[in-house]
Design a protein around this ligand. Sequence first.
Ligand code: NAI
Length: 333
Amino acid sequence: MTIAFFELEDWEKDYITKNLTSHDLIFFEESLTDDFNSDLSKVEVLSVFIYSKIDKTTLSKMPNLKFIATRSTGFDHIDIEACKERNIEVSNVPTYGENTVAEHCFALILALSRNIIPSIEKVRRGDFSLDGLRGFDLKGKTLGVIGTGNIGKHVIRMANGFELKILGYDHKEDQELVTKYGLKYVPIDKLLQNSDIISLHLPDNPQTHHLINKEKISQIKEGAYLINTSRGGLIDTEALVNALTDGKLAGAGLDVLEEECNIKEERQILSKQFPKKCLLLDIANNILIKNEKVIITPHNAFNSQEALLRILSATVENIQSYILKNPKNLINA
Ligand code: NAI
């Protein structure tokens, strides 16, 4: 079988070569777009990331194409109707990093609860005194999880291990989390009023944009901490800056900031084609960065070796199962 891969990094080539033996493999670093010139006429299986544009024009370059394995969750870059017309099946990678993001969320929580950043900075300066470093236990505190979907449920599982009390808010309740981890679903105002730490795990859409605004912040328990590993747009940055300044919030742990470009899929950030201007920050974000009560990571929660490897191994599995005539993760089945 002739299999073409686009938008590949070197480590990915090595993995694919080891795991897809006895096939004709063709690798390209660039994305596949309408003006691509090399001969693709023999290609039967294609694998791309989101910067490739799979439309009628690109498809016409591959008369023998039967299967596309996108190395992404989203598939906006593929004309699914055009694929259907040509009986080309398409698979994606539905999930890969739920525990990864949840672990990062706890990295932020623990960094705040145990003053890890100032502790390290002090020791680097040769100062081993404990002044200003007293933290607080998680055990017995209340964590409010807003959004109990794929990532939220891993946060809840981990929170249970820390013996945190767990409140949840979601418009679709998951009763398994209630029985398994003692999660209690409550309306959002109750969650805000009663949580010592609030963690956001929702998509950013018109219903959730600026969910954490001035009014919602006024409901938050005095001295609580806010964690965001989802999307910057969930929080009104100005309201957050004010809440930190007036002491309403004791601190914040943020992996995402409001001014980032609309990122559909985290893996985009690692791509050479990701526009660098997307990482420019405005004044409110700069105020956050300089605030000692705030710790910020650069949208890095998804970025573990294992999560990236899961994308690739799921893609290889998608291709292998297609070849064995038992395709999985099909979008257009
Ligand atoms: P998910 O779709 O599995 O879960 C989202 C939950 O939010 C669902 O349970 C849904 O019912 C709930 N929800 C949606 N709209 C709601 C509303 N208006 N009111 C109440 N509940 C609502 O999503 P997942 O995979 O857990 O991702 C959560 C967030 O994490 C997303 O914003 C995603 O983009 C972000 N993310 C961030 C990463 C990072 O590296 N920082 C990596 C991967 C995802």
